[in-house]
Write a protein that binds this ligand. Structure first.
Ligand code: ADP
Length: 487
């Protein structure tokens, strides 16, 4: 089977979050299972360093029409990596910019509808010359619009009309809302701007369009697939998600253990594994040093956070108990970047408790690995979490997660049971600061008072296997189902 991925992020070329990890890791796994996979990405500024000095255009120019002008995009041959063919859509006036979706810290670019509309159309055009797939796999709002185009203005295309589309919703909280005139901008008929198709609260909603017009939808965990069918997590699209629940499946993300395994992780001061965790102590020292926290007793647990600093991630309930938490025997290190409100919360938290709380406000992959390895406890109090990767990395690194029981956090972490010696972490359900603190306290208690139990907890986590092979097979089932339906 030939699957074409159209996505706005992909490791190592462009990443802001888990979407990039999935688009980076799933295609090579599908290739290992015997399929042909092509990945299309915008040629962002961050992609340029990956191109050879004299790179080739697979197509010099595809024409993408807009109401009063045409744009012309090149398709750069990004070569083959791990069996996956990469192409980059080159339209410098739209993609050669500082950010992927907006200038740093200043919201979104005003022309995002045009940028991702152009990208999706250029992908459709490119595949007609470079290889028509059996299935398109699109991701989140940015490329959901490909499904809309395919089932409307491309409806009669003899080459593309029978190709299926799978939409993966990595985060239903981001939908791509644009003004109604976007309908005209993308040369779609106004009849499509209705509540049963593209319209939502008088906006043109990219994700909704994808959800309506794709053949099949997946989300990144089974619990999240249930949650988005309700008002709290569906963010206004719960109607379409629940109406199409037969075409909606939760497939838990895998993680890339070639990058995230303490036995081989190149970012760490020492290596360790479930059989011999001695190296973790060295990683802990290295981590504390990196955060400028010296002379921390070995009996003091290190709490770690690596996250986008966004409302979704639940730091308002951390803020509500920050001072109580600081009274506990612990140190806290946090790495993240994002909304100014949370950046300043973390900065002021660290300023109030020097030597005890430290924060690095930046994006730093190497440091993220050090936190996973060097911390004893990992905090993820997310308000909602479609899948979440960091808690899965934490398991592998013997860093015990304390999580809110939502989405993928609910599916991947099992509550510690002291009697049966089962479980991999600590969970709380209600979105309440007190419940979060209580879950942290349970973790701190086991760390301080039950060292054997703590070792078992670590080992239980390190023994979990979230490699990509199993989810990749589930995606193949979905692609096959779509192919069957399209005949
Ligand atoms: P989301 O996609 O909602 O941001 P995930 O847990 O699915 O959350 O994925 C987050 C990914 O981004 C992980 O690989 C994590 O290590 C990485 N990450 C997030 N913030 C940072 C940061 N400040 N520095 C380095 N890596 C980060």
């Amino acid at each position: 089977m030939h699957i074409v991925f159209a996505a706005s992020e992909c490791v190592p070329f462009a990443k802001t979050g888990g979407l990039a990890d999935v688009v980076g890791a799933l295609p090579p796994e599908l290739v290992r299972l015997g399929h042909r996979v092509t990945v299309y990405l915008p040629l962002y500024r961050t992609v340029r360093p990956f191109l050879p000095e004299s790179y080739e255009y697979a197509i010099r120019s595809v024409t993408v029409p807009f109401p009063h002008y045409n744009r012309f995009a090149g398709v750069v041959d990004g070569g083959v990596r791990d069996g996956v063919q990469y192409y980059f859509i080159d339209c410098p006036e739209l993609f050669d910019r500082e950010g992927f979706y907006g200038p740093r810290g200043a919201g979104d670019y005003g022309d995002n509808a045009e940028r991702f509309g152009l990208f999706s159309r250029a992908v459709l055009e490119a595949t007609k010359q470079l290889g028509v797939p059996d299935v398109f796999h699109v991701h989140d709002w940015q490329t959901a619009v490909l499904a809309v185009l395919l089932r409307s203005v491309y409806f009669f295309d003899p080459v593309l009309r029978n190709v299926g589309v799978v939409l993966t919703v990595h985060n239903a909280g981001y939908q791509g809302w644009f003004p109604p005139r976007t309908t005209e901008l993308l040369l779609l008929p106004w009849e499509m701007f209705t509540f049963d198709k593209l319209e939502q609260n008088d906006t043109f909603n990219f994700l909704k369009g994808g959800a309506v017009f794709c053949d099949y939808m997946t989300t990144v965990s089974p619990t999240y697939a249930q949650e988005i069918q309700g008002a709290e997590f569906g963010s206004g699209l719960e109607g379409i998600f629940s109406r199409r629940h037969w075409d909606l499946r939760g497939i838990l993300n895998g993680v890339d253990y070639s990058q995230w395994d303490p036995a081989s992780d190149g970012h760490l001061a020492a290596h360790y594994s479930a059989d011999d965790v001695a190296g973790k102590l060295e990683c802990r020292r290295d981590l504390l040093h990196a955060f400028g926290l010296e002379q921390v007793a070995e009996t003091t647990p290190v709490l770690g956070i690596v996250s986008r600093f966004a409302t979704q991630k639940g730091f308002d309930i951390l803020a509500a108990v920050a001072d109580q938490l600081a009274e506990r025997e612990m140190v806290l290190v946090a790495l993240g970047t994002g909304e100014p409100y949370y950046e300043s919360f973390f900065r002021s938290f660290a300023a109030r408790y020097p030597g005890k709380v430290a924060v690095e406000v930046r994006y730093d992959d190497a440091l993220a690995h050090k936190v996973e390895a060097g911390a004893d406890i990992f905090l993820m109090p997310s308000r909602y979490e479609p899948c979440g990767l960091n808690q899965i990395y934490s398991l592998k690194y013997g860093t015990v997660p304390v999580v809110r029981a939502t989405g993928g956090l609910e599916d991947t972490i099992e509550e510690w049971n002291a009697d049966r010696r089962t479980g991999t972490g600590f969970k709380f359900s209600g979105y309440h600061a007190g419940d979060f603190l209580w879950a942290i306290d349970r973790a701190l208690w086991v760390f301080a008072n039950d060292p054997e139990g703590w070792k078992t907890l670590m080992r239980n986590g390190m023994g979990q296997d979230y490699s990509w092979e199993h989810p990749a097979r589930e995606y193949v089932e979905v692609y096959e189902e779509v192919q069957r339906r399209r005949g």
